[in-house]
Design a protein around this ligand. Structure first.
Ligand code: GLU
Length: 432
């Protein structure tokens, strides 16, 4: 299906792309793809002091990383300055705009003092009393257009049919519509997305922790996890489904189901959704992507990746939780030692199980399980009475992936060395 729907994501490259910007990009993308329309990327880079090439580059690489492919070439406002000046001249020739003074190039649009009503696709009718608006600077003294003016000229020239952007732009809309009308152009439809709030009910910002996309990428979120979560920030297809692939989102997305009220950013939910995507990809893909994230494709590392697959929600969870697999030194959690490695009886049992393990040549999970269970049976205790102390001895913690799989991954040498060291230092472990 194709249509004449045209939308754009129009970031200003004045800072890192943040999660709110990504949601705007995503909703534009989903709408265009759902409707068989086109999705453009436009750099609103006319603020020369604040715009930086590194940010523009970052936006492009982030859009690629997220898989939000745009149509055609990236538009740059700085390459269209002549066009904006021409349009401003036309308005001046028609008496609808004027030069602010003789010394500079600054131009103001003469605001028509009337009320402006527009029908927001998401929020319904919105009315502004433009008699309260001052005349609008459209060209600054250096000849560069202001955002409100460049935006109108571009939205017209690019034949944008729907402007989908954050609610913080609502107050710009009547001004932009006024300029459209003055030029005799048809304004696009406007759809303003609800604000994103932090957990304290104030608009999401750095105060709430990392909000740049880069930070989420570095934390080890999958792009599809981020897109899935952000789609739910202000939109839902109805029903209980929360896991969506990008294709499903494209199929189901509609502006009609975008909420009018603010959405709350919930990092736990985002982690949960990301974990669903980590579980969903094939084993091969999981391994390949994990190896790429960490720059480690050794067989041993792949075994660690698999061992933790069900437990991690981002890649960096692995770095935090699997430190006893990645480093030689075990750091003991004092509470775990207090609970499982302080009873003298445990010391005796560990000595017995160590001998049994030393006699085990084949360190497979299956074998290890029967060795540990046989030792427990010989000691006439529950297997848990050995499993917990062994776990703390070889990891430092009281929780870990399944003990026998873990022992297999750690390997014979490390397991025996760690058990031996615990036996030797029993009673002094709390502080090590
Ligand atoms: N450059 C504006 C921003 O980054 C875009 C606003 C719009 O979409 O019209 O907020």
């Amino acid at each position: 299906m194709t249509s004449n729907i045209k939308v754009r994501f129009a970031p200003s490259p004045t800072g890192h792309l943040h999660i709110g910007g990504v949601r705007t990009a995503l909703f534009n993308y989903l709408y265009a793809r759902n409707q068989g329309g086109q999705f453009f990327l436009r750099m609103e880079d006319t603020d020369r002091e604040r715009s930086e090439q590194v940010y523009a580059d970052e936006i492009i690489s982030s859009m690629k990383w997220l898989g939000l492919e745009w149509d055609g070439d990236v538009e740059h406002q700085t390459s269209r300055v002549k066009r904006y000046q021409e349009v401003a001249s036309k308005l001046m020739a028609e008496g609808k705009a004027y030069r602010v003074d003789d010394a500079t190039q600054a131009v103001k649009y003469k605001m028509v003092k009337e009320s402006v009503v527009f029908h927001d696709v998401i929020k319904g009718a919105i009315q502004f009393d433009a008699s309260l608006f001052d005349d609008l600077v459209i060209i600054k003294s250096d000849g560069i257009p202001t955002y409100n003016f460049a935006c109108v000229v571009d939205d017209h020239d690019m034949e944008i049919t729907h402007v989908i952007r954050g609610e913080d732009h609502i107050s710009n809309t009547p001004r932009q519509i006024a300029v459209f009308k003055a030029l005799g152009w048809q304004p696009p439809k406007y759809a303003h997305l609800p604000l994103i709030m932090g957990s304290d009910g104030t608009p999401l910002s750095k105060r709430h922790g990392a909000v740049s996309l880069k930070a989420f990428e570095e934390e080890g979120y999958l792009p599809e996890g981020i897109l899935n979560y952000l789609a739910l920030l202000g939109w839902g297809p109805g029903g209980n489904q929360e896991f969506f692939t990008k294709d499903e989102l494209v199929k189901k997305f509609s502006l009609k189901r975008v909420n009018t009220t603010a959405a709350t950013f919930d990092i736990d939910k985002m982690r949960f959704i990301n974990a669903c995507h980590l579980k969903k990809v094939s084993k091969e893909e999981y391994l390949q992507r994990g190896a790429a994230f960490f720059g480690n494709s050794s067989e041993e590392f792949k075994r660690i990746l698999l061992l933790f697959r069900e437990r991690i929600k981002t890649w960096n969870d692995l770095a935090r939780e699997a430190n006893y697999c990645l480093e030689e030194k075990v750091t003991f959690d004092p509470a775990a030692v207090g609970k499982y490695l302080s009873d003298p009886e445990t010391l005796k049992r560990l000595k017995i199980v160590l001998v049994a393990l030393e006699n085990t040549a084949d360190f497979t999970a299956k074998n290890l399980e029967s060795v540990v269970r046989d030792s427990a049976a010989k000691l006439a205790i529950d297997a848990a009475g050995l499993i917990h102390p062994i776990r703390v001895a070889i990891t430092g913690f009281s929780v870990s992936p399944g003990l026998f799989d873990l022992m297999e991954v750690l390997g014979r040498a490390r397991v025996l060395a760690r058990l031996g060291s615990v036996i030797q230092n029993f009673g002094k472990l709390q502080s090590s």
